[in-house]
Design a binder for this molecule. Structure first.
Ligand code: BTN
Length: 325
């Protein structure tokens, strides 16, 4: 057990009574300053303490966690989320679901983590995933799909999460191509779809969803403060992460089944209606270079159609879109 876990154990054991700083420091063999540092670490994780001089520290509330039983009650699905694994901390839920997939786990299985220590973003970036602040989840999909159609699943996931966030929190989230969710120009959710392929056919996909739910502005490192936001910041209300996670899985299953029955066109229409990146002059950066043009819509495969200045159109399947606000 690490020192802050030891400290938590002591305070939980005290059952809401004060434990003196001196007792803690003796029991954990650390200085009083170190006690204070570990208390603050627990505060960052969502625990609340009362600190009174000469009395010490008292645990007031524990952080709200994503709750397995409440999730099952709130789900309106037949498959998605019915097998859910809740972890306190993991490297990345993407890796955990990949492992489940390789062990033969069925479609719809989900791994949630309160914290990721090596959260992965698109283009090899890191995904900041502190404890208790977001929904860090990965879902196992086993679609019968040719590899070139996997971008459709990425767009589908973006639509599902966007609709769930709007319905559950009232926040006016929009989709920036291909699947960043923004509110008022700031990112509050990212989606990472990773596919494992054999003979040009998809064996399975892992849909990773990261929603910044209960961050306060000071929870973000400086480099994210001006580009990221959370649902709590935008709505002024703490977010019930269990309810939102259930809404995301319900919406995801609904659209996934619809897609399997009806094809991509209905998903494309929903995506276009929620998009904040269409009919704009944009710059797209991808490994092939930089493209400038006006976004027109999605083509039937799910690629972004961009019209160049000379009127010809290009199909973009990956990259980062930006525009001047
Ligand atoms: C992006 O770069 O916008 C995609 C971010 C995806 C983050 C989620 S959090 C849950 C899952 N586990 C990860 O390591 N990444 C995804």
């Amino acid at each position: 057990m690490s020192k802050h876990e030891d400290l938590l154990h002591m305070l939980l054991h005290a059952d809401g009574e004060f434990v003196s700083g001196e007792d803690i420091s003796r029991h954990l063999a650390i200085s009083r300053t170190a006690v204070w540092k570990h208390v603050n670490k627990l505060r960052d994780m969502g625990y609340e303490f009362e600190a009174v001089s000469r009395k010490g520290y008292r645990l007031v509330t524990k952080p709200e966690r994503i709750d397995a039983a409440a999730l099952q009650l709130a789900l309106k699905t037949t498959v998605f989320g019915r097998k859910s694994v809740m972890l306190s901390s993991t490297l990345s839920t993407q890796g955990d679901v990949q492992k489940l997939a390789e062990e033969g786990e069925a479609e719809g299985a989900v791994v949630f983590a309160e914290e990721q220590t090596g959260g992965r973003g698109r283009f090899g970036r890191k995904w900041f995933s502190p404890s208790g602040k977001g929904i860090w989840m990965s879902v196992l999909l086993r679609p019968e799909l040719a590899i070139q159609h996997t971008p459709q699943l990425t767009l589908l996931t973006g639509v599902a999460v966007c609709r769930a966030i709007r319905a559950c929190t009232g926040a006016q989230a929009g989709i920036k191509w291909s699947n960043d969710l923004l509110i008022a120009g700031r990112k509050m959710c990212g989606i990472l779809l990773e596919s494992t392929v054999e003979d040009h056919e998809v064996r399975y996909c892992v849909a990773g969803i990261g929603v910044d739910a209960n961050f306060d502005t000071h929870d973000y490192p400086e480099d994210l403060q001006h580009i990221a936001t959370s649902l709590k910041i935008e709505t002024g209300q703490p977010i019930d992460r269990t309810a939102l996670a259930a809404a995301i899985l319900t919406e995801l299953e609904h659209l996934y089944f619809l897609y399997q029955k009806e094809g991509f066109s209905v998903i494309a229409s929903l995506w276009e209606a929620l998009s904040v990146s269409l009919h704009r002059k944009v710059t797209i950066t991808n490994p092939h270079g930089v493209i400038e043009g006006t976004t027109v819509g999605l083509d039937p495969s799910g690629a972004l159609v961009v019209e160049m200045q000379d009127g010809h159109r290009e199909l973009i399947v990956s990259g980062e879109v930006s525009w001047k606000s």
